[in-house]
Structures are given as structure tokens and as C-alpha cells.
Design a protein around this ligand. Sequence first.
Ligand code: SAH
Length: 264
Amino acid sequence: MYVEKKMKYVIIITIIIALYCILYNYVPFLHLTGSSSIICAKEDIELAEEDYAWKRKNMVERQIIARGVKDKKVLEAMESVPRHLFVPEGYREYSYYDQPLPIGLAQTISQPYIVALMTEMLKAGKDDVILEVGTGSGYQAAVLSEIAKEVYTIELIEELGLQAEERLKSLGYNNVYVKIADGSLGWPEKAPFDAIIVTAAAEKIPDPLIKQLKPGGKMVIPVDSSFLGQDLLIVEKDENGKVSIEKTIPVRFVPLIEGQEVVK
Ligand code: SAH
């Protein structure tokens, strides 16, 4: 008799606990302490990061490997750099789409595939010092920083350059140095460079950049073509200083603004 009564209590208590657990998810006032909601918020952020990591993995497989990029270092860098943190908040959900996106002030962050392809074309390694012209969001510089020893990047629009510098610093890309200037003049104090990447389309290859390329080095640059579009060029300087140019694919970049003061 006594045991039966005890069992009844156990069953009732179990039902109450079960009901509480079910209601907990739906009734906010049951979240009695502030700390539990903090834990929930933290879990949400972690979930979102997991979700972004999954999107990034898909991006690498479907947009980059599928189109023939093979360099393991490049694929690893593309999988690790959080592209969504380089995109304005309003566009974040599209960060891993197969397209460029606006970053403000009429500029764009390149399509993921183009970032990967240009990085692969540079054939850079861990001892290399790279110059980038056209910092923009800082995304391409972050990808390069995972592969090379140092990255020097130049942006003409002050607001974009300062934002990118802050973002790169806060994400721990400590081997990237940002300068606000006309990048078509290069960065003579830090030259010569093992590789140079230009992420805005030039009318012709700027002479200072050719001069600042190390013998044996490569430059990847979009240049206006004789037809309406632009071509992505690989410029190679051999050990004797002889320059050769290979035309690769047609591309679409914002223009490289030359001979102008920094845009404030
Ligand atoms: N690499 C960037 C995207 C570049 S968009 C990224 O990963 O987000 C091209 C950038 O080149 C723009 O930000 C534009 O302001 C910059 N730009 C144009 N002309 C320039 C010049 N002469 N020197 C430096 N930057 C320039």
C-alpha cells in the first residue's frame, strides 16, 4: 500500500517535470534567470557560425573545386576565411552565393570563385610577400594572408581602407598591412614583391607595378580589352627581368582609378 502511494508521487512529479520541460520552450516567463537566456543567445551565435562554416564548405566544393581550382592551400584558405564578416550586414545571408556583392561606396567584393582563381594564379607560398591593389572589404587580403608571409594592401577610398584595416585586425590577420593611397604607384618602400594582385581593372598594366615585381614573380591583373570587356592577365617576370603576358579569362571588375588623390 505504502509503495503504491510512493509510486503515485513519483509518477506525478515526473509528469510535472516533463510538462515544465515542454513548456520551457514556449513560455518565456519560465526562463527565470537572465543567465539561461544568455546561454541561449550564445548557442544561437554558435549555431549560426556552424551554419556559415557549412555554407563555406559547400561554396568551396560547388563553386571552386567544381570549376577546376586545385591548389590545396587556396581551398583551405577559402574554407577558413569568414566571408560573411567582410560583407555589409544587410547582404550577409548572400555572402556565400556565387556572385560579387556591394560593399558600399559603389565598390564590390569579388565572386568567391574569382578570389580563389586569382589566388591560385599567383602561385604564392608561405615565404612570399604579396602586394594587393584594391583592398575593398579586406577579404582577398585575408585569403592571401593565410597563404603568404606578409600582405601589403592599398586602397584609394579612405573610408573603405580604414574599415578593412580595423576588420582584419579584429579578426587576427596580423600579417596584413593596409595603406590608403593610389595603388597604381605600388608600395616602393616594401618592394620588390614575390607576387602582385590587382583587384580593379586597369586601362593598361601600371609601370610601377612591373618594376616592383621580383624576378621570378607573378602579377595577376584585370585589364581593359580591345573589345568592351576586361581580360584577366598573368604577368610573369623571369629571372633575367624579361616580362611575358598571358591572357586568361574575360572578367568584370570596378575600374582602377589612377592619378587621383585619396578619396576622403
Ligand atoms: N579586393 C577587394 C575588392 C576590390 S573592389 C575585396 O576583397 O573586397 C576594388 C577596390 O579597388 C575598390 O575598393 C576601389 O576603391 C579600389 N581602387 C580603385 N582604384 C584604386 C587605386 N588606384 N588604388 C587603390 N585602390 C583602388
